[in-house]
Design a protein around this ligand. Structure first.
Ligand SMILES: [Ca+2]
Ligand SMILES: [Ca+2]
Ligand SMILES: [Ca+2]
Ligand SMILES: [Ca+2]
Length: 415
Protein backbone atom coordinates (compact mmCIF):
# COMPACT_ATOMS: atom_id res chain seq x y z
CA UNK A 1 0.00 0.00 0.00
CA UNK A 2 1.46 3.30 -1.03
CA UNK A 3 1.24 6.50 0.98
CA UNK A 4 1.28 9.75 -0.86
CA UNK A 5 4.39 11.83 0.05
CA UNK A 6 3.46 15.34 1.17
CA UNK A 7 5.14 18.36 -0.42
CA UNK A 8 6.97 19.14 2.83
CA UNK A 9 8.20 15.55 3.10
CA UNK A 10 9.33 15.70 -0.52
CA UNK A 11 11.24 18.93 0.14
CA UNK A 12 12.96 17.46 3.19
CA UNK A 13 14.02 14.37 1.21
CA UNK A 14 15.44 16.57 -1.58
CA UNK A 15 17.27 18.71 1.00
CA UNK A 16 18.70 15.56 2.62
CA UNK A 17 19.95 14.20 -0.71
CA UNK A 18 21.48 17.56 -1.68
CA UNK A 19 23.24 17.76 1.71
CA UNK A 20 24.57 14.22 1.26
CA UNK A 21 25.90 15.16 -2.17
CA UNK A 22 27.79 18.16 -0.86
CA UNK A 23 29.09 16.26 2.17
CA UNK A 24 30.61 13.67 -0.16
CA UNK A 25 31.78 15.90 -2.97
CA UNK A 26 32.45 19.19 -1.26
CA UNK A 27 36.24 18.70 -1.04
CA UNK A 28 36.48 18.52 -4.83
CA UNK A 29 33.67 20.93 -5.56
CA UNK A 30 35.14 23.64 -3.33
CA UNK A 31 38.78 23.68 -4.48
CA UNK A 32 39.50 26.48 -6.93
CA UNK A 33 42.37 26.81 -9.39
CA UNK A 34 43.54 30.32 -10.28
CA UNK A 35 45.88 30.80 -13.24
CA UNK A 36 47.93 33.99 -13.10
CA UNK A 37 48.26 35.82 -16.44
CA UNK A 38 49.78 39.17 -15.45
CA UNK A 39 53.29 39.67 -14.03
CA UNK A 40 52.37 43.08 -12.55
CA UNK A 41 51.72 43.52 -8.81
CA UNK A 42 48.54 45.27 -7.75
CA UNK A 43 45.91 44.81 -5.06
CA UNK A 44 42.69 45.95 -6.73
CA UNK A 45 40.30 43.35 -8.15
CA UNK A 46 40.29 42.96 -11.93
CA UNK A 47 36.99 43.52 -13.66
CA UNK A 48 35.58 40.60 -15.63
CA UNK A 49 37.97 39.50 -18.34
CA UNK A 50 40.89 41.47 -16.95
CA UNK A 51 44.25 39.85 -16.29
CA UNK A 52 44.80 38.38 -12.83
CA UNK A 53 48.07 39.15 -11.07
CA UNK A 54 49.78 36.89 -8.53
CA UNK A 55 48.87 38.99 -5.49
CA UNK A 56 45.20 39.09 -6.47
CA UNK A 57 45.18 35.32 -7.08
CA UNK A 58 46.48 34.81 -3.52
CA UNK A 59 43.79 37.14 -2.15
CA UNK A 60 41.09 35.19 -4.02
CA UNK A 61 42.48 31.91 -2.66
CA UNK A 62 42.71 33.40 0.86
CA UNK A 63 39.07 34.49 0.70
CA UNK A 64 37.84 31.15 -0.65
CA UNK A 65 37.57 28.58 2.14
CA UNK A 66 39.66 25.44 1.80
CA UNK A 67 42.79 24.49 -0.10
CA UNK A 68 43.14 26.05 -3.55
CA UNK A 69 45.73 25.94 -6.31
CA UNK A 70 47.47 28.80 -8.09
CA UNK A 71 49.20 28.15 -11.41
CA UNK A 72 52.10 30.59 -11.80
CA UNK A 73 53.36 30.45 -15.40
CA UNK A 74 56.87 31.32 -16.59
CA UNK A 75 57.72 34.95 -15.93
CA UNK A 76 59.33 37.31 -13.43
CA UNK A 77 56.92 38.51 -10.76
CA UNK A 78 58.52 41.51 -9.02
CA UNK A 79 56.73 42.78 -5.92
CA UNK A 80 55.98 46.41 -6.60
CA UNK A 81 58.02 48.98 -4.70
CA UNK A 82 54.75 50.89 -4.25
CA UNK A 83 53.42 47.99 -2.21
CA UNK A 84 56.49 47.44 -0.07
CA UNK A 85 55.45 47.11 3.53
CA UNK A 86 56.48 49.51 6.22
CA UNK A 87 53.97 48.11 8.71
CA UNK A 88 54.61 44.34 8.67
CA UNK A 89 51.26 44.07 6.93
CA UNK A 90 49.65 40.62 7.03
CA UNK A 91 46.53 40.78 4.87
CA UNK A 92 48.21 40.58 1.45
CA UNK A 93 47.56 44.26 0.73
CA UNK A 94 51.19 45.32 0.46
CA UNK A 95 54.77 44.16 0.82
CA UNK A 96 55.11 40.42 1.34
CA UNK A 97 52.57 38.03 -0.16
CA UNK A 98 50.48 36.89 2.82
CA UNK A 99 49.03 33.40 2.59
CA UNK A 100 46.08 33.00 4.97
CA UNK A 101 44.73 29.56 4.02
CA UNK A 102 45.85 26.15 2.73
CA UNK A 103 47.40 26.72 -0.69
CA UNK A 104 49.31 25.00 -3.50
CA UNK A 105 51.37 27.22 -5.84
CA UNK A 106 52.79 25.55 -8.93
CA UNK A 107 55.42 27.39 -10.98
CA UNK A 108 56.77 26.44 -14.40
CA UNK A 109 60.20 25.53 -12.97
CA UNK A 110 62.85 27.29 -10.91
CA UNK A 111 64.50 28.62 -14.08
CA UNK A 112 61.26 29.94 -15.55
CA UNK A 113 59.07 31.28 -12.74
CA UNK A 114 60.79 33.96 -10.64
CA UNK A 115 59.16 35.69 -7.67
CA UNK A 116 61.28 38.71 -6.71
CA UNK A 117 60.82 40.58 -3.42
CA UNK A 118 62.44 43.71 -4.84
CA UNK A 119 64.48 44.15 -1.67
CA UNK A 120 61.66 45.73 0.31
CA UNK A 121 59.99 42.94 2.28
CA UNK A 122 60.12 39.15 2.51
CA UNK A 123 58.47 37.33 -0.42
CA UNK A 124 56.04 34.82 1.15
CA UNK A 125 54.46 35.03 4.61
CA UNK A 126 52.42 32.06 5.84
CA UNK A 127 50.37 33.52 8.65
CA UNK A 128 48.34 30.69 10.20
CA UNK A 129 48.63 26.95 10.77
CA UNK A 130 47.97 26.08 7.14
CA UNK A 131 49.34 23.52 4.70
CA UNK A 132 51.23 25.25 1.91
CA UNK A 133 53.18 23.75 -0.99
CA UNK A 134 55.42 25.77 -3.32
CA UNK A 135 56.99 24.10 -6.36
CA UNK A 136 58.86 25.02 -9.52
CA UNK A 137 59.94 28.58 -8.81
CA UNK A 138 62.78 30.84 -7.71
CA UNK A 139 62.15 33.04 -4.64
CA UNK A 140 64.71 35.84 -4.54
CA UNK A 141 65.58 39.32 -3.32
CA UNK A 142 63.29 39.25 -0.31
CA UNK A 143 64.25 41.35 2.71
CA UNK A 144 62.27 40.80 5.89
CA UNK A 145 61.83 43.66 8.39
CA UNK A 146 63.95 43.37 11.51
CA UNK A 147 62.20 41.89 14.57
CA UNK A 148 59.47 40.18 12.51
CA UNK A 149 60.10 36.48 13.15
CA UNK A 150 62.53 36.18 10.28
CA UNK A 151 62.28 34.51 6.92
CA UNK A 152 63.75 36.78 4.25
CA UNK A 153 62.41 34.59 1.44
CA UNK A 154 59.65 32.69 3.26
CA UNK A 155 58.32 32.84 6.81
CA UNK A 156 55.96 30.32 8.31
CA UNK A 157 54.25 31.21 11.56
CA UNK A 158 53.01 27.65 12.00
CA UNK A 159 51.55 24.92 9.80
CA UNK A 160 53.23 22.77 7.18
CA UNK A 161 55.41 24.07 4.35
CA UNK A 162 56.78 21.97 1.48
CA UNK A 163 59.29 23.33 -1.03
CA UNK A 164 59.82 21.14 -4.10
CA UNK A 165 62.19 22.10 -6.93
CA UNK A 166 62.45 25.62 -5.55
CA UNK A 167 65.48 27.95 -5.50
CA UNK A 168 65.54 30.34 -2.52
CA UNK A 169 68.36 32.80 -3.22
CA UNK A 170 69.68 36.23 -2.27
CA UNK A 171 67.15 36.92 0.49
CA UNK A 172 67.99 38.57 3.80
CA UNK A 173 66.80 40.21 7.01
CA UNK A 174 67.08 43.98 7.20
CA UNK A 175 70.17 44.80 9.29
CA UNK A 176 68.71 43.12 12.36
CA UNK A 177 70.75 41.84 15.29
CA UNK A 178 67.95 40.58 17.52
CA UNK A 179 66.57 37.21 18.57
CA UNK A 180 63.87 37.39 15.86
CA UNK A 181 66.19 38.10 12.96
CA UNK A 182 66.61 34.54 11.76
CA UNK A 183 66.29 32.58 8.55
CA UNK A 184 67.66 34.66 5.66
CA UNK A 185 66.16 32.25 3.12
CA UNK A 186 63.57 30.25 5.09
CA UNK A 187 62.32 31.01 8.60
CA UNK A 188 60.29 27.99 9.69
CA UNK A 189 58.07 28.03 12.76
CA UNK A 190 56.08 24.90 11.91
CA UNK A 191 56.88 21.73 9.98
CA UNK A 192 59.05 22.23 6.91
CA UNK A 193 60.11 19.82 4.17
CA UNK A 194 62.62 20.85 1.49
CA UNK A 195 62.97 18.55 -1.55
CA UNK A 196 65.07 18.88 -4.73
CA UNK A 197 65.66 22.53 -3.83
CA UNK A 198 68.50 25.02 -3.48
CA UNK A 199 68.91 27.47 -0.60
CA UNK A 200 71.74 29.76 -1.71
CA UNK A 201 73.37 33.11 -0.96
CA UNK A 202 70.92 34.24 1.72
CA UNK A 203 71.93 36.17 4.85
CA UNK A 204 70.64 36.75 8.38
CA UNK A 205 71.86 37.54 11.87
CA UNK A 206 70.96 33.94 12.86
CA UNK A 207 70.61 31.09 10.35
CA UNK A 208 71.70 32.49 7.00
CA UNK A 209 70.09 29.91 4.72
CA UNK A 210 67.48 28.26 6.92
CA UNK A 211 66.35 28.75 10.49
CA UNK A 212 64.08 26.07 11.92
CA UNK A 213 62.39 27.37 15.05
CA UNK A 214 59.40 25.07 14.58
CA UNK A 215 58.73 21.44 15.43
CA UNK A 216 60.81 19.77 12.70
CA UNK A 217 62.61 20.17 9.41
CA UNK A 218 63.51 17.61 6.73
CA UNK A 219 65.83 18.21 3.79
CA UNK A 220 66.01 15.73 0.91
CA UNK A 221 68.06 15.91 -2.31
CA UNK A 222 68.78 19.59 -1.75
CA UNK A 223 71.75 21.95 -1.58
CA UNK A 224 72.32 24.64 1.05
CA UNK A 225 75.25 26.78 -0.17
CA UNK A 226 76.83 30.20 0.03
CA UNK A 227 74.66 31.47 2.89
CA UNK A 228 76.04 33.71 5.65
CA UNK A 229 75.14 34.64 9.22
CA UNK A 230 76.66 36.35 12.24
CA UNK A 231 76.20 34.30 15.40
CA UNK A 232 74.45 30.92 14.88
CA UNK A 233 74.88 29.07 11.57
CA UNK A 234 75.65 30.13 8.04
CA UNK A 235 73.86 27.23 6.36
CA UNK A 236 71.14 26.03 8.74
CA UNK A 237 70.19 26.64 12.36
CA UNK A 238 67.69 24.23 13.89
CA UNK A 239 66.19 24.07 17.36
CA UNK A 240 64.25 20.81 16.87
CA UNK A 241 64.34 17.47 15.08
CA UNK A 242 66.29 17.68 11.85
CA UNK A 243 66.60 15.14 9.06
CA UNK A 244 69.03 15.65 6.18
CA UNK A 245 69.23 12.97 3.47
CA UNK A 246 71.03 12.89 0.11
CA UNK A 247 71.91 16.57 0.41
CA UNK A 248 74.84 18.97 0.25
CA UNK A 249 75.76 21.70 2.75
CA UNK A 250 78.64 23.59 1.18
CA UNK A 251 80.38 26.94 1.20
CA UNK A 252 78.33 28.57 3.96
CA UNK A 253 79.96 30.89 6.47
CA UNK A 254 79.40 32.46 9.87
CA UNK A 255 81.19 35.06 11.93
CA UNK A 256 81.00 33.46 15.39
CA UNK A 257 78.53 30.58 14.80
CA UNK A 258 78.89 27.31 12.91
CA UNK A 259 79.61 27.62 9.22
CA UNK A 260 77.46 24.71 8.02
CA UNK A 261 74.80 23.25 10.33
CA UNK A 262 74.13 23.95 14.02
CA UNK A 263 71.28 22.11 15.68
CA UNK A 264 69.74 21.66 19.11
CA UNK A 265 67.41 18.80 18.16
CA UNK A 266 67.56 15.06 17.65
CA UNK A 267 69.28 15.01 14.30
CA UNK A 268 69.76 12.40 11.60
CA UNK A 269 72.07 12.83 8.64
CA UNK A 270 72.28 10.19 5.91
CA UNK A 271 74.20 10.21 2.62
CA UNK A 272 75.02 13.89 2.88
CA UNK A 273 78.12 15.91 2.04
CA UNK A 274 79.10 18.76 4.38
CA UNK A 275 82.16 20.57 3.05
CA UNK A 276 83.87 23.92 2.43
CA UNK A 277 81.97 25.71 5.20
CA UNK A 278 83.76 28.25 7.36
CA UNK A 279 83.48 30.36 10.49
CA UNK A 280 85.74 33.17 11.72
CA UNK A 281 85.66 32.10 15.39
CA UNK A 282 83.26 29.12 15.53
CA UNK A 283 83.10 25.59 14.19
CA UNK A 284 83.31 25.35 10.42
CA UNK A 285 81.25 22.24 9.51
CA UNK A 286 78.76 20.72 11.96
CA UNK A 287 78.01 21.34 15.62
CA UNK A 288 75.57 19.86 18.12
CA UNK A 289 74.08 22.47 20.42
CA UNK A 290 73.66 21.76 24.13
CA UNK A 291 71.61 18.58 24.57
CA UNK A 292 71.49 17.79 20.87
CA UNK A 293 72.15 14.39 19.34
CA UNK A 294 73.27 13.41 15.87
CA UNK A 295 73.03 10.02 14.19
CA UNK A 296 75.12 10.12 11.06
CA UNK A 297 75.56 7.49 8.38
CA UNK A 298 77.11 7.24 4.93
CA UNK A 299 78.09 10.90 5.00
CA UNK A 300 81.12 13.05 4.23
CA UNK A 301 82.04 15.83 6.67
CA UNK A 302 85.35 17.01 5.30
CA UNK A 303 87.43 19.94 4.14
CA UNK A 304 85.60 22.54 6.13
CA UNK A 305 87.90 25.47 6.84
CA UNK A 306 89.69 24.49 10.11
CA UNK A 307 87.50 21.98 11.93
CA UNK A 308 84.76 19.67 10.67
CA UNK A 309 82.89 19.13 13.97
CA UNK A 310 82.92 21.10 17.23
CA UNK A 311 83.26 17.99 19.40
CA UNK A 312 82.01 14.41 19.48
CA UNK A 313 79.49 14.92 22.33
CA UNK A 314 76.10 13.54 21.26
CA UNK A 315 77.54 12.24 18.01
CA UNK A 316 76.63 8.66 17.08
CA UNK A 317 78.20 7.22 13.99
CA UNK A 318 76.14 4.52 12.34
CA UNK A 319 79.10 3.77 10.13
CA UNK A 320 80.26 4.43 6.58
CA UNK A 321 81.18 8.06 7.23
CA UNK A 322 84.23 9.89 5.96
CA UNK A 323 86.22 12.74 7.48
CA UNK A 324 89.55 14.19 6.36
CA UNK A 325 90.58 14.84 9.98
CA UNK A 326 89.21 13.19 13.15
CA UNK A 327 86.86 15.53 15.03
CA UNK A 328 83.37 14.07 14.49
CA UNK A 329 83.54 10.88 16.55
CA UNK A 330 83.54 8.55 13.56
CA UNK A 331 84.63 5.45 15.47
CA UNK A 332 82.95 2.59 13.63
CA UNK A 333 85.18 0.15 11.74
CA UNK A 334 83.48 1.16 8.48
CA UNK A 335 84.19 4.88 9.06
CA UNK A 336 87.06 6.48 7.21
CA UNK A 337 89.02 9.16 9.11
CA UNK A 338 91.98 11.26 7.99
CA UNK A 339 90.92 10.55 4.40
CA UNK A 340 90.75 13.06 1.57
CA UNK A 341 87.36 12.52 -0.15
CA UNK A 342 88.69 14.01 -3.42
CA UNK A 343 85.63 16.16 -4.03
CA UNK A 344 85.28 18.19 -7.20
CA UNK A 345 83.95 21.73 -6.82
CA UNK A 346 80.23 22.43 -6.36
CA UNK A 347 78.64 22.51 -9.80
CA UNK A 348 75.89 21.22 -12.03
CA UNK A 349 76.39 17.46 -12.35
CA UNK A 350 72.83 16.76 -13.53
CA UNK A 351 69.60 16.84 -11.54
CA UNK A 352 67.91 19.95 -10.17
CA UNK A 353 70.66 20.90 -7.68
CA UNK A 354 74.44 21.43 -7.66
CA UNK A 355 76.59 18.68 -6.14
CA UNK A 356 80.22 17.81 -5.39
CA UNK A 357 81.23 14.95 -7.70
CA UNK A 358 83.65 12.32 -6.41
CA UNK A 359 86.88 12.39 -8.41
CA UNK A 360 88.70 9.26 -9.51
CA UNK A 361 90.45 7.56 -6.64
CA UNK A 362 88.13 8.96 -3.97
CA UNK A 363 88.00 6.59 -0.97
CA UNK A 364 84.25 7.32 -0.77
CA UNK A 365 83.61 5.34 -3.97
CA UNK A 366 81.92 1.99 -3.21
CA UNK A 367 82.72 2.37 0.52
CA UNK A 368 79.12 3.02 1.65
CA UNK A 369 76.25 0.83 2.79
CA UNK A 370 72.88 -0.31 1.42
CA UNK A 371 71.23 0.09 4.85
CA UNK A 372 68.75 3.00 5.03
CA UNK A 373 69.72 4.02 1.51
CA UNK A 374 67.50 5.74 -1.00
CA UNK A 375 67.56 4.09 -4.45
CA UNK A 376 69.02 7.29 -5.90
CA UNK A 377 71.65 9.89 -5.12
CA UNK A 378 71.01 13.64 -4.68
CA UNK A 379 70.78 14.15 -8.44
CA UNK A 380 68.22 11.36 -8.85
CA UNK A 381 70.78 8.95 -10.35
CA UNK A 382 70.22 5.31 -9.47
CA UNK A 383 72.27 3.85 -6.59
CA UNK A 384 74.38 1.81 -6.32
CA UNK A 385 76.70 2.26 -9.26
CA UNK A 386 79.80 0.09 -9.58
CA UNK A 387 80.73 -2.34 -6.82
CA UNK A 388 78.74 -0.67 -4.05
CA UNK A 389 77.10 2.45 -2.63
CA UNK A 390 79.27 5.56 -2.39
CA UNK A 391 79.62 7.67 0.76
CA UNK A 392 77.98 11.10 0.58
CA UNK A 393 75.32 12.71 -1.60
CA UNK A 394 76.86 11.81 -4.95
CA UNK A 395 77.12 8.37 -6.55
CA UNK A 396 79.94 8.13 -9.06
CA UNK A 397 79.50 6.04 -12.18
CA UNK A 398 82.44 5.51 -14.50
CA UNK A 399 82.11 6.97 -17.99
CA UNK A 400 82.09 3.43 -19.39
CA UNK A 401 78.96 2.41 -17.47
CA UNK A 402 77.11 5.50 -18.66
CA UNK A 403 78.41 5.13 -22.19
CA UNK A 404 77.40 1.52 -22.89
CA UNK A 405 73.63 2.03 -22.37
CA UNK A 406 73.86 5.13 -24.56
CA UNK A 407 75.40 3.07 -27.41
CA UNK A 408 72.78 0.35 -27.01
CA UNK A 409 70.00 2.94 -26.91
CA UNK A 410 71.31 4.63 -30.07
CA UNK A 411 71.73 1.39 -31.99
CA UNK A 412 68.17 0.32 -31.12
CA UNK A 413 66.75 3.66 -32.10
CA UNK A 414 68.32 3.46 -35.57
CA UNK A 415 66.93 0.01 -36.33
CA1 LIG B 1 41.44 28.97 0.02
CA1 LIG C 1 53.36 39.86 6.20
CA1 LIG D 1 52.00 41.78 3.28
CA1 LIG E 1 79.42 3.13 -6.13
Amino acid sequence: MCRKVSYLEFLSIVTFVVCLFFLHFAPWALANTYTVNDTADYTFPPSDGDPICFRWAITLANNHAGSDTIILPAGTYVLSSSTISTTKENNNAQGDLDILDDLIIIGAGAGQTIVDGNGGDRVFDIIYSDTVSLSGMTIRNGKAPTGDMGGGGIRTSAGTLTLDKVIVSNNSIATGTGANDYGGGVGNNGVCTIINSTIANNAAYKGGGVSNNGSSIAVFMSTISGNTDSVAAGGMLSISNTLVVNSTISGNSSTSGTGGLFSFGANTIISTTITNNSSVSGTDGYCNGTGATLSVQNSIIAQNEDNNCCYSIGMTSNGYNLEDTNTCGFTKASDLINSDPKLASLQNNGGPTFTHALQSGSPAIDAGTSVNMFPNDQRGKKRPCGAGYDIGAYEKCSGLLLFIPAIIGNSKSTQ
